[in-house]
Design a protein around this ligand. Structure first.
Ligand code: MG
Length: 271
């Protein structure tokens, strides 16, 4: 269709649609009279996409699986593995389970229990976690609501009460602990529930050597705190700890740093 004709048709159809819409609104209070329009479900006469085997808008390209999203923001979608729904720790291994306290829909760190570790192992994941640091402030810097999300049991996204709390930048909330500060400090006040949405790509090892590092994206309370950040190595305090080869899936853990941090609504999706 040439441009002039396209514009004419476009103007005409826009005007017609507007009239139909106005008529619909007038008659029933809602837009119910819009004309039903059809468009192709795909094409087979289009060019091949560079680096792909599919054509542009390929009619034969498999459609992605359907996932029913959670009822509310933060609720688990239909294909998520729910690790903690506020009731029990059946998805977690025994040792620490005895210590960590489940009540009122959350689980609370009891110092000295040890890290809470999942039964199942994971590699590339999307992870949702909600946490709250204690209302009562009983220390400073790293002694304010310290815990952590230990991905593959060794890469830590720091959990810390970072609301008006001066500490080293690579150790505050949403930091890749000891490596990268968050882009911003989006912390809520002590006692308020906070969210992490984490997208993690596991490291790749070949012949006992690092072939590709891990990457992580962290959204803290809806704000991007890490943007596809390259992880330098394993979590460590005061040192740089390089990668060491490990299996392609490892348990997820929540850190016991001897402060009563609370967690709820924890779910994960394999990618
Ligand atoms: Mg920590």
């Amino acid at each position: 269709m040439d441009r002039e004709r396209f514009e004419m048709v476009h103007r005409w159809s826009s005007a017609a649609l507007l009239m139909v819409a106005i008529a619909g609104v007038t008659a029933s209070g809602q837009n119910s009279k819009a004309k039903y329009r059809k468009s192709p479900a795909g094409y087979s006469d289009t060019p091949i996409l560079p680096g792909q085997k599919w054509k542009v808008h390929d009619i034969d390209r498999p459609r992605p699986p359907v996932v029913t999203p959670g009822a509310n923001a933060g609720s688990p979608p239909s294909d998520a593995i729910v690790l903690f729904d506020g009731k029990d720790l059946s998805k977690w291994v025994k040792q620490a389970k005895a210590g960590w306290k489940v009540e009122n829909g959350y689980v609370e760190v009891v110092g000295g229990s040890g890290d809470l570790v999942t039964r199942e192992k994971f590699g590339d994941i999307q992870l949702h976690v909600e946490w709250a640091s204690p209302v009562e402030i009983t220390g400073d810097s790293q002694w304010r609501g310290n815990s952590g999300i230990l991905i593959m049991s060794r890469y830590e996204i720091q959990v810390l009460d970072s609301y008006n709390n001066r500490t080293y930048a690579d150790g505050q909330a949403a930091a890749i602990y000891g490596q990268w500060p968050p882009l911003v400090n989006a912390s809520r006040k002590p006692g308020e529930w906070q969210t992490y949405d984490i997208i993690f790509e596991k490291p790749r090892f070949e012949a006992g050597k690092l072939a590709q590092p891990a990457y992580v994206t962290v959204i803290h309370n809806g704000v991007v705190a890490q943007h596809h950040q390259k992880i330098i190595g394993q979590m460590a305090h005061r040192i740089v700890k390089p990668y060491e080869p490990h299996p392609v899936e490892e348990p997820l853990a929540l850190q016991d740093h001897d402060t009563p941090v609370r967690y709820r609504n924890i779910w994960v999706r394999r990618m």
